[in-house]
Design a protein around this ligand. Structure first.
Ligand SMILES: [Fe+2]
Ligand SMILES: [Fe+2]
Length: 422
């Protein structure tokens, strides 16, 4: 076989080009199935835009060559050789990507026995098993079928595949480069860009983010991390005042009530009172967040009216999030990520919203939802929501603990005993 290739036997070369294409395509199917199941939506996996993952193609050709070279070895040693070569290959590809594109496309850091997150024992074992299945069940049949094809057809198909593959490769490499530039651009120009422009940039690399979820961490570190730092610096100076505002909270002020009244009294909105949230109803929670955000924004001379209205509508979802299987949100969907969209859709159905209010509702779960808020008012609502939610959760936790302790049999008896001893 190798002799054929060395002798520039074009028929043999075309034969292997076709095998490479078929195995790259099969690899793409394996990745699509795996990613679509784990991410619960269709994912066009892989670095290329087309339906091929060359890493699998190269892996398959390597395995065929290894089998040719080591077919006399004991099966266990052979398995070890296959596993080692495939692991080295995976390591090199990951290493080159990091060096050339400054991007990590996968990271096994969370898996046991990994080397620099580039390879790990579990996946190496999986590749070895796949190689054995491939050699015994898949390759003999596929190779026989390709052998039966007409030589001219194989030649033409190979040339078409190579031309298409080269074009896709160049296009995909350009996309990766563009991705990094866009991240840098978003970071430096974030506050000067419009919402539409930001959404457009995020959507433009949606496919890459779906195919390589690890890239989300890259975005999180490069955009969210930096923006969080900038916001933290702004909030730090007013943090004490903010807490003071909350603690010294007065009953509804006329101005605040005037700003939110049409929403607050709306029949549909009042249904939020029927749904238990952290330690009370959603209705009470959103009112508190709204008032808190209103006070902060008023102090900072921001658009406090939009902040109050957006904050009031930020959790406008009508289902029990602890046990949901509502038409708005089926069981398999994640409440944390989905509910801002549901709240926005509900809010737009009953009220007319400005851009700040929409941004507040849509981004209030940031950084869980990846795209950062656009306006200072939105950042303040995300802060107010997290701050009050944590307080509410702690209060709820304390309440449950008190109730459990009170229910524990013999507690009163033990207490009485203690009093007697002392
Ligand atoms: Fe929320
Ligand atoms: Fe909330």
């Amino acid at each position: 076989m190798i002799k054929h290739i060395i002798q520039y036997d074009t028929t043999a070369i075309f034969h292997y080009v076709i095998l490479f294409a078929i195995y790259s395509f099969m690899g793409w199917i394996i990745e699509v199935v795996y990613r679509s199941i784990t991410q619960r939506k269709f994912i066009n996996a892989g670095f290329l835009h087309g339906t091929f993952i060359p890493l699998y193609g190269f892996g398959a050709i390597f395995v065929i060559v290894l089998e040719y070279l080591f077919h006399t070895l004991h099966p266990v040693i052979k398995m070890f050789v296959f596993g080692s070569v495939l692991t080295v290959m995976e390591y090199i590809v990951s290493f080159l990507f990091e060096k050339i594109f400054k991007l990590k496309l996968w990271d096994y850091c969370g898996n046991a026995f990994n080397i620099h997150g580039r390879v790990c024992l579990l996946f190496s074992a999986f590749w070895t098993a796949l190689a054995l299945i491939f050699l015994t069940l898949i390759h003999p049949a596929v190779s026989r079928s390709v052998d039966m094809l007409d030589g001219t057809f194989v030649g033409a198909a190979s040339i078409i595949f190579l031309t298409y593959g080269a074009a896709d490769f160049i296009f995909s490499v350009t996309s990766i480069g563009a991705f990094r530039h866009k991240i840098a651009y978003l970071y430096s120009e974030y506050f000067n860009l419009s919402n539409v422009e930001i959404e457009k940039i995020f959507t433009s690399f949606q496919r890459l983010r779906n195919a390589f979820p690890y890239l989300n961490r890259y975005i999180d570190n490069n955009i969210n991390g930096e923006i969080k730092n900038r916001i933290r610096a702004i909030l730090k100076s007013i943090q004490e005042k903010i807490i003071g505002e909350l603690n010294g909270r007065r009953p509804f002020e006329k101005e605040f009530y005037y700003a939110i009244n049409d929403i607050y009294q709306h029949e549909e909105f009042m249904k939020l009172g029927n749904y238990y949230h952290h330690n009370s109803s959603i209705y009470d929670h959103v009112k508190d967040v709204s008032y808190f955000a209103y006070r902060i924004c008023k102090r900072l001379k921001l658009d406090y009216r939009s902040a109050a209205r957006g904050a009031l509508l930020h959790d406008f979802f009508l289902y029990n999030w602890r046990d949901h299987d509502a038409p708005d949100l089926p069981k398999e969907n994640n409440h944390g990520i989905e509910h801002p969209k549901i709240a926005l859709a509900n809010a737009e159905k009953y009220f007319s919203l400005n851009e700040i209010e929409k941004d507040i509702i849509k981004k209030h779960m940031w950084p869980l939802t990846l795209v950062p808020p656009k306006y200072k008012e939105s950042f303040i609502v995300t802060f107010a929501d997290k701050y009050l939610s944590s307080k509410e959760f702690i209060e709820e936790f304390k309440k449950i603990r008190r109730q459990r302790l009170a229910r524990r049999p013999g507690k009163k008896h033990r207490l009485r005993k203690k009093i007697k001893v002392h």
